[in-house]
Design a protein around this ligand. Sequence first.
Ligand code: PNS
Length: 164
Amino acid sequence: MTTAVCPGSFDPVTVGHVDIIKRAAKMFDRVIVAVLINMDKKPWFTIDERLEFLRKATEGIDNVEIVSFNGLLVDFAAANGADVIVRGLRAVSDFEYEFQMTLTNNKLNPEIETVFLTSSAENMYLSSSIVKQVGVMGGDVSPFVPHCVLDEIISRIKQRSKVL
Ligand code: PNS
């Protein structure tokens, strides 16, 4: 059985993330979506919200689990029996950061391979930062986030923009 980890901050989940998770779920027996708790960049959404949005957005995909993690990704992967790390790759700008992470992870644990899935053409430009930036300025984020969590994401962004 091949287990893959899809790690990220998911602050918040986008339709681009869901696309990568769905495609990974077709390729691997078990997919663990691992949400980083303590990020350098202060998250807008709490860990519970980020987990909840992902759970709703991936409901019905039987081989996908949503969990949080702290510490080194390779340690989390090894402790959970994962052989593969899956990352979505968008435009060229992602490459340097992803390459650095992959080589670091490979040095830390050469047993765990990183696999990249190229973003779908329609999600090439999309990121959680874009969602927050558009949302806080009152723009329409409905094309960017899963429909089932749209209202919750909008309401949280509105609360946030009041305190900014
Ligand atoms: O969605 P993101 O913010 O690009 O995800 C980044 C993430 C969570 C994959 C990365 O920050 C990570 O793996 N953090 C855990 C700490 C770690 O293992 N660092 C060493 C590899 S650089």
